[in-house]
Design a protein around this ligand. Sequence first.
Ligand SMILES: Cc1cc2nc3c(=O)[nH]c(=O)nc-3n(C[C@H](O)[C@H](O)[C@H](O)COP(=O)(O)OP(=O)(O)OC[C@H]3O[C@@H](n4cnc5c(N)ncnc54)[C@H](O)[C@@H]3O)c2cc1C
Ligand code: SF4
Length: 338
Amino acid sequence: MINFHYARASDVADAVQQIRADPAAKFIAGGTNLLDLMKENVERPTLLIDITRLPLKTVEETAGGGVRIGALVPNSDLSYHPLIEQRYPVVSSAIRAGASQQLRNMASTGGNLLQRTRCAYFYDTVMPCNKRTPGSGCSAIDGINRGHAILGTSEACIATHPSDMCVALAALEATVHVAGPKGERAIAIADFHRLPGDTPQRDTNLDRDEIITAIELPAQGFAKNYTYLKIRDRLSYAFALVSVAIGLEMDGRTIRQARIALGGVAHKPWRDIAAEAALNGQAASPEIFRRAADALLRDAKGFAHNTFKIELARQAAVRALTQAANGTPQSQSSKKIA
Ligand SMILES: Cc1cc2nc3c(=O)[nH]c(=O)nc-3n(C[C@H](O)[C@H](O)[C@H](O)COP(=O)(O)OP(=O)(O)OC[C@H]3O[C@@H](n4cnc5c(N)ncnc54)[C@H](O)[C@@H]3O)c2cc1C
Ligand code: SF4
């Protein structure tokens, strides 16, 4: 039995004050990731600060034409919210491609950004893992690495970020709003998650005494030409081997603006401006899609068991671009189960 304390935060300032006071404290929202990590003895917080009663549960339009999503909006509520379904369907699709309905009912928007890798060695406390125990080594590099990263890896860690929602947020250029002891700040989603480098223990650029308060989506939602394509070992309830979020602004068959982000391939959602540049201003065609996919994967490097992911990602990108350009996104279940 490992004891820990429990406290409830009364408002955002109180949450920040409490986490600042205890270096081993953690916030708990839906608990769908943190409690598993505690049961496996991977995370050992001395204090759980319950943030579920904070007033961060609304989805509101912003003055600039975008949408601000409270950090405690449950994943399922977000995916079925009319503003999100109609204006940002790639976010709805990505969320519904993840986990199960029951988990999505519990999981929060902020927690989804901070879920930790699914690398099996990270969860197995008898195995070396630089992310769990810095300096101990990486068991995956010469181990079973079928699900691991092919882009942006380092000699210290080849883990992937497992979120589906974050891949869509990366394609849309979302902003993460946070509050901490020094006040509030906004972090572009591209700068929120980190590559492993030699500090794989740090997943994000959020300071440990900061709380996520909201995610903001800009006005442009690519609602007509989008897709979220997720390739996994079984049709549901599995993490992505590779996923692709696409948003296209089309003028007839000409691509005016392209957004493309990959999931399941790196320590963070992988967006590549060069691949998007290969599409902008071009007529949609299989050839131009292949060129963009080649640009996207140009620096990919496989390990003993995951080299197949390079070609898988290339083909998934071409398929996703075709679906988005044709206005035929990957179908998703549309009924909410309570
Ligand atoms: C079996 C299973 C399958 C899954 N499959 C998928 C999948 O296919 N795709 C996918 O994307 N996800 C999947 N998930 C992950 C799920 O989406 C996440 O567990 C969930 O989004 C985390 O949200 P939460 O509110 O439960 O976070 P918690 O578990 O409460 O917290 C997670 C972390 O975030 C921190 N935190 C939470 N909220 C805040 C905040 N506002 N500010 C600062 N820190 C905060 C906590 O301290 C903790 O470190 C799966 C989970 C399980 C258990
Ligand atoms: S890939 Fe990263 S998380 Fe997995 S064992 Fe190596 S260091 Fe740990």
